[in-house]
Ligand binder design. Structure first.
Ligand SMILES: Cc1cc2nc3c(=O)[nH]c(=O)nc-3n(C[C@H](O)[C@H](O)[C@H](O)COP(=O)(O)OP(=O)(O)OC[C@H]3O[C@@H](n4cnc5c(N)ncnc54)[C@H](O)[C@@H]3O)c2cc1C
Length: 362
């Protein structure tokens, strides 16, 4: 077994969270990890007499000091801040070099990152350099207090197996967690903490990647929509009809992975394990089989309505209302009926009101 660069007995009682930022804004998943990290550190301090576990943030960027204050307000005890013009945009060379430096200097017990494209990129490279393990795409985190060992919940074999994985001999204990699994704490501006400046020894020659163009997709945040109309392979690429339905209900359209891979809809609208985890009041699943990888993305929905022509489809096991039939007939009929009843295209805010009103009638 290859040993990690530092052994468990050399670790410091630090739970380090990577504070991912994009253009001066902290990613939501970093705040969610701070909230979970706070809970785990408090639990360890309750258990251990020395009470010297700390929740630390790792912030890399250019002129981002105010984000360190935000992280402290959201739970961090301290923030390791590397502020440098060469850290303005994410490049794997510069960011992995700095993260590696901070980790070797501080030797955290645990290092958590969001399972975002950049977080995953960084996590993989660092795990190899540190010769430690990486639990990717975790759906839960706990600390085994007596051992000070992180327990990561990871799903495998298409969701058929839920594994609890511990890292006994390697440090740091690394994990990535998908956005939306935990909830961020409300910022408390009264909280105080330390901002520790990190020496940055970067030169332009060390960075071989250059950002040529930034292209921003439609800014849709499916995590917060009141109504989600999700389409699967059974829609055969017809997302226009789903868009009409979502428009009437004041919702947004999401999708399973196949229509995304086939280019019928933007990747940011993919729901599930490698997509977005949503918590709408109503989720309407159209032509979706109900694979575990998708279902984890709608587990937090209030009411799930599934439409599928296969009575054996496993989506029906996760649904509150099961509609057996052809989506290409049912959705247009539903749209006509809603219009007859006076529903018209509405915004997500109006959609929220409609959902609340209907719930009050029910
Ligand atoms: C590591 C990994 C990560 C993954 N991450 C994700 C993820 O984040 N999100 C995700 O969605 N998937 C993900 N997947 C893929 C996932 O396992 C499934 O393959 C996928 O969710 C299936 O999508 P689907 O239900 O649209 O398609 P299918 O499984 O092909 O199901 C189509 C359904 O449509 C029904 N249907 C067909 N025509 C009609 C009709 N006219 N009317 C009514 N019903 C109809 C069929 O009966 C069927 O049930 C991942 C897979 C892996 C291995």
């Amino acid at each position: 077994m290859v040993a990690s660069l530092y052994a468990p007995k050399l670790e410091n009682k630090i739970l380090l969270v990577y504070l991912e930022q994009e253009q001066g804004l902290l990613e939501g998943v970093s705040l969610e990890l701070l909230a979970k990290g706070r809970e785990l550190v408090d639990q360890m301090n309750k258990f251990e007499r020395s009470k010297n576990w700390r929740l630390s943030g790792l912030l890399l960027g250019d002129q981002v000091e105010r984000l360190a204050d935000q992280a402290i307000a959201c739970g961090a005890d301290q923030v390791q801040l590397a502020d440098h013009p060469l850290l303005r945009d994410f490049t794997i060379e510069a960011f992995s070099r700095m993260a590696f430096q901070v980790i070797l200097e501080t030797r955290p017990s645990v290092f958590l990152l969001g399972a975002t494209p950049n977080g995953r990129d960084l996590a993989g490279r660092l795990a190899v350099r540190l010769r430690t393990g990486l639990n990717a795409d975790c759906t839960g985190l706990e600390m085994e207090a007596a051992m000070g060992v992180l327990v990561c919940e990871v799903s495998g074999f298409g969701g058929g197996v839920l594994a609890m994985i511990q890292m006994q001999h390697h440090r740091p204990q690394m994990a990535t967690v998908r956005p939306g699994v935990f909830s961020a704490l409300e910022a408390n501006p009264q909280r105080t903490g330390k901002v520790i400046s990190v020496d940055v020894d970067l030169t332009p020659e060390m960075v071989h990647t250059r950002l040529v163009e930034r292209s921003i997709g439609q800014a849709v945040d499916l995590r917060k929509v009141p109504v989600l109309v999700a389409g699967g392979r059974g829609m055969h690429g017809d997302f226009v009809t789903l868009q009409r339905l979502a428009g009437l209900l004041g919702g947004e359209v999401g999708a399973t992975r196949p229509p995304v891979d086939e280019g019928h809809i933007e990747r940011e609208r993919q729901i599930g394990q490698t997509g977005v985890v949503c918590s709408p009041k109503i989720a309407i699943c159209c032509g979706i089989s109900g694979a575990f990888h998708f279902v984890v993305g709608i587990e937090k929905a209030g009411t799930v309505i599934a439409i599928n022509f296969d009575p054996q489809a496993s989506i029906f096991e996760s649904a509150d209302y099961c509609v057996l039939g052809d989506v290409h007939q049912i959705i247009p009929a539903l749209i006509d009926e809603l219009k007859k009843q006076g529903w018209s295209a509405s915004s997500p805010e109006e959609g929220q009101e409609k959902v609340d009103r209907e719930a009050a009638y029910a």
